[in-house]
Design a protein around this ligand. Structure first.
Ligand SMILES: Nc1ncnc2c1ncn2[C@@H]1O[C@H](COP(=O)(O)OP(=O)(O)OP(=O)(O)O)[C@@H](O)[C@H]1O
Ligand SMILES: [Mg+2]
Length: 500
């Protein structure tokens, strides 16, 4: 089997005057796993979108095995065996259809094609089997978790003749175990001679499975070569253009003993069982857990976004039970949800509008003053969270994935929230943005707010939290002091280990 070689040379692309890519070279060979990294907005997804035929107006040359090809439409790329698993999985899936239909979508879309449903499902199952995944392919896509949705997209790519596979932040929705499973799949595809592009902000992952590395910064090529030549620190430095020293904020002074929020005996209709927790003024409480442990369920239940019952509860010194999101917001409780693209933002509205609608109505919709205030507020958030955008008027869809997340987070910084719940806030954001975010959360705690921080990134919990509760199978199985907690201990409890 001869090795395929794909070359992009001098690729440039501008969006109404904004130079998203400037003369970028990128080479992908069959049987290699090529890391593509860079800060949020560096141009990674855009470069790969060119390769997938999404941007007809690119400049530069693309060749496969020294033959020039033109990629002006998605179908061009697919015919050449180039497939993409997108960063925003929901965009690529059709709600209401079954898993099987979503996997076999391109086949179904072929005109004049007659298909046999039984066979189609079987093909979908086989595509999933390549990933060691078994799902009931008749199920609707709507009930699938993010991790499942991603497997479905991967299966879709593998249902074709695939020579080059692009994975745009595939591990963002996965926990450590699921990521390991994905790595095994990637290695197998690599052995089959497929060239894989792996986009990620997690440097340790890139080091673990990629042999080659390309770093972009501000739409330009900064570095390309063997992975082994660069240390993790050197990669971060290339990404940012400067060194990054401390990711985590320095230790906070002891927080107050005043309780902001307390629940006892919380159960939801599914997973959560008998959860009791409390949060003090100025405290950051971590909720550790792997995917499926119940972190998102717990965040939603506390915010009143799902049905739950509690034996007793208090919020800001008043008796309280989670009711619904509107009631929570009124009482000073805010949630930055995990599936921000679906639940937290309006993708076709400008940044300013997205930041203005944080559910309290302190900006009047009708007055000019309100509008101007909203604009100024947006400028402030853009600076505080470091959103890479051309200004408050830019529509969210035009922002890179990581920058959309920052807007979703920024939305909650205004208003009267005393307790802020963050569900996996660092997913998909680059290392600099993570640092900014930690600082911001640390700042909230120093101001005397209470923060609940749910994450599967144990190092982050250890670096940031005062106290950490570990969730396993819908229960809190351990509680540790942040100052002395270790990642290994969190992993031990979160995989079902028990205190002996
Ligand atoms: N359709 C578009 N119109 C205008 N600007 C765009 C469009 N698509 C991308 N951009 C801009 O191009 C730049 C690069 O975006 P891109 O999505 O490629 O970044 P990225 O490296 O994938 O970042 P992330 O890590 O956040 O996913 C960003 O500044 C983005 O706002
Ligand atoms: Mg991207």
């Amino acid at each position: 089997m001869s090795t395929s070689r794909l070359e992009m040379r001098g690729i440039s692309l501008a969006f109404s005057g904004f130079q998203a890519l400037s003369r970028v070279d990128f080479t992908l060979t069959g049987g290699s796993v090529h890391a593509l990294t860079g800060a949020n907005g560096a141009g990674k997804s855009t470069l790969m979108a060119v390769l997938c035929g999404t941007h007809a107006r690119y400049e530069g040359e693309i060749s496969i095995n020294n033959q020039l090809v033109t990629l002006r439409e998605p179908v061009d790329a697919k015919q050449l065996g180039i497939h993409l698993v997108q960063q925003e999985v929901d965009v690529a899936l059709i709600p209401g259809l079954s898993i099987a239909e979503n996997i076999m979508l391109d086949h179904l879309a072929q005109p004049g094609h007659r298909f046999h449903w039984g066979k189609l499902r079987e093909q979908a199952r086989q595509a999933l089997a390549q990933l060691d995944v078994t799902l009931d392919v008749r199920r609707s896509i709507d009930g699938c978790t993010l991790a499942e949705k991603q497997q479905i997209l991967l299966a879709r790519a593998l249902s074709h003749h695939c020579r080059f596979l692009i994975l745009d932040e595939p591990t963002a929705p996965l926990d450590a175990h699921e990521s390991e499973r994905l790595f095994a799949v990637v290695r197998r595809l690599q052995q089959q001679g497929i060239g894989v592009v792996f986009i990620s902000h997690r440097i340790h992952e890139l080091k673990a499975i990629c042999d080659t590395l390309t770093v972009l910064r501000d739409g330009k090529l900064i570095e390309s070569g063997p992975m082994a030549d660069l240390s993790g620190e050197a990669i971060v430095e290339k990404m940012l253009g400067h060194e990054l020293s401390d990711i985590y904020p320095p230790a906070r002074p002891p927080h107050s003993t005043e309780t902001l929020l307390r629940v006892e005996g919380l159960h939801d209709e599914g997973l959560l069982k008998d959860i009791s927790l409390h949060l003090r003024k100025g405290e950051i409480l971590g909720i550790a857990g792997l995917a499926g442990a119940g972190k998102t369920e717990l965040c939603k239940a506390l915010f009143g976004a799902s049905k739950s019952r509690v034996a007793r509860g208090e919020l800001n010194q008043k008796a309280w039970k989670p009711r619904d999101p509107a009631d929570s917001v009124l009482r000073g409780l805010a949630l930055v949800p995990e599936e921000r693209r679906k639940e937290g933002i309006f993708i076709d509205e400008p940044v300013s509008m997205n930041l203005a609608v944080s559910a309290d109505n302190s900006f009047s919709r009708w007055s000019l003053f309100g509008h101007r205030q909203a604009w100024r507020w947006a400028e402030e958030v853009i600076a505080r969270v470091g959103v890479r955008t051309r200004g408050p008027g830019q529509v969210l869809r035009r922002l890179s994935g990581g920058n959309q997340q920052k807007v979703a987070i920024g939305k909650w910084l205004r208003g009267n929230a005393q307790v802020l719940i963050f569900d996996e806030p660092t997913k998909g954001v680059d290392v600099k943005a993570k640092t900014d975010l930690f600082q911001l959360i640390d700042g909230l705690a120093r101001e005397g707010k209470g923060v609940i921080y749910a994450s599967g990134e144990f190092a982050e919990l250890v670096g940031l939290c005062d106290r950490i509760c570990v969730l396993w199978d819908g229960r809190i199985v351990a509680e540790l002091e942040g100052a002395t907690a270790r990642e290994e201990t969190l992993l031990y409890y979160s995989t079902g280990g028990t205190a002996s």
